[in-house]
Design a protein around this ligand. Structure first.
Ligand SMILES: Cc1cc2nc3c(=O)[nH]c(=O)nc-3n(C[C@H](O)[C@H](O)[C@H](O)COP(=O)(O)O)c2cc1C
Length: 391
């Protein structure tokens, strides 16, 4: 299957291919969000309320896309964010994402809820690799996971704080995600026709050994956490600020709080010794009706931007979106669905195409803006429509 232009011109094209390849349960898990998906819609829409202010007749011979974030020099301003259950989308899942990040000189953040052992994922890339921590499986499982991550050479931790419970993802409920991930074969029967209607995905899934336990959540005495749907996995995974002290005792590298949406939580992250935060709505999959994360970015940057690295994610589907967040002052951004649609469409080749598209888009956008490097962007290159900000 060719992923070249004109078949795949943008990320929407990869989304279309992912939808064709995946059964509804997996596509909707990737594409969907919580409740009425208001936050998801706003996350994409809010980019339309940021307008560029170009400077023409400026020479921009070679656009440097490099950034330094969390002490790491990256060749591009985007990292590949944690996507749980990537192996369900494609057998290579997390391995493909890690390898692509390494090839592009950037970082990969591996989800706790991943399908491949963290050591194998790390081995795919010479670039920096981070571990995203959920307390799924309890503290003892997390202790083991952190010790393994340290031994394997993970550079830092992203502690996700926006999942006191799983969000109400209605598409997952309708598609029988719980039954499909569970052990009762009879409960799966209503959903089988849709799986059978996607033979390419099904053959790959069966060839990969089907539903597997989580290799990076090992509960002492009982082994790897059995495969369960995301809502069940997050049921007992709440992290509190007091847990952070305990995490700090186990982890001496950089810690990043993921899911910060207010200046208060950003300041609290600084007070608790975090090196960075990710301004994020968790792809609109947790609390619905929070603003698209770009709207809170200016206020959070004003509060803590001079003290820690402020990373942004949510709704990035084009290189121009990356440029807008960087012009506001983000140190770097995370891609979520932006690369995961490619992974779900075609594994390694799909992620490669997504990253090619982002890189070409960013270079073109910078040249059109009259800005010769990503590090020279600042708020003077953009204007915010009235009412854009949420503080
Ligand atoms: C299918 C899917 C799975 C995700 N899994 C995780 C996860 O395991 N841990 C986490 O911290 N964030 C997770 N996220 C959130 C992403 O890391 C990131 O914050 C989000 O996807 C960014 O929004 P975007 O998809 O609109 O770009 C997930 C998002 C999606 C779409």
């Amino acid at each position: 299957m060719s992923l070249a232009s004109p078949r795949v011109v943008n990320i929407k094209d990869l989304r279309r291919l992912a939808r064709a390849r995946l059964p509804d349960a997996v596509f909707d898990y990737l594409d969907g969000a919580a409740d009425d998906e208001l936050t998801l819609k706003d996350s994409v829409k809010c980019f339309q309320e940021v307008l560029f202010k170009p400077r023409f007749a400026v020479a921009t011979p070679a656009c440097d896309l490099g950034v330094t974030v969390l002490g790491e020099k990256l060749s591009v301003p985007y990292m590949l964010g944690p996507i749980g259950y990537s192996r369900l989308m494609h057998p290579r899942g997390e391995l493909a994402a890690s390898a692509a990040a390494g090839r592009h000189g950037t970082a990969y953040i591996l989800s706790t809820l991943s399908g491949h052992p963290m050591e194998d994922v790390k081995a795919q890339s010479k670039g920096p690799t981070f571990f995203q921590l959920y307390l799924a499986g309890g503290r003892k499982a997390a202790e083991g996971g952190l010790a393994r991550a340290k031994a394997a050479g993970f550079k830092g931790l992203f502690v996700t704080i926006d999942t006191p419970v799983g969000g109400n993802r209605e598409r997952d409920a309708r598609n029988g995600m719980k039954a499909l991930m569970g052990t009762n074969p009879f409960a799966k029967i209503p959903y089988l026709p849709n799986l059978l209607a996607h033979p390419r995905w099904l053959a790959a899934f069966i060839g990969d050994g089907m539903v597997r336990p989580f290799p990076n959540v090992v509960i002492p005495g009982s082994g790897p956490l059995a495969a369960i749907d995301v809502a069940s996995a997050l049921e007992s995974a709440q992290v509190s600020w007091t847990d952070l002290k305990w995490i700090r005792e186990l982890w001496d590298g950089p810690i990043v709080m993921k899911g910060v949406m207010t200046a208060d939580d950003a300041k609290r992250s600084v007070d608790h010794g975090a090196q960075g935060i990710v301004v994020s709505t968790h792809a609109g999959r947790q609390l619905d009706s929070v603003a698209g994360s770009l709207r809170v970015l200016p206020g959070i940057l004003e509060a803590v931007g001079s003290q820690i690295d402020v990373i942004f994610d949510g709704g990035i589907r084009r290189g121009a979106d990356v440029v807008k967040a960087m012009a506001m002052g983000a140190k770097a951004v995370l891609l979520g669905r932006g690369y995961a649609y490619g992974m779900a469409a075609a594994g390694d080749a799909g992620i490669e195409r997504a990253l090619e598209i982002f890189e070409a888009d960013i270079v073109r956008t910078l040249k059109l803006l009259g800005c010769s490097s990503i590090s020279q962007l600042d708020p003077s290159y953009i204007a915010l429509r009235p009412g854009f900000r949420v503080d």
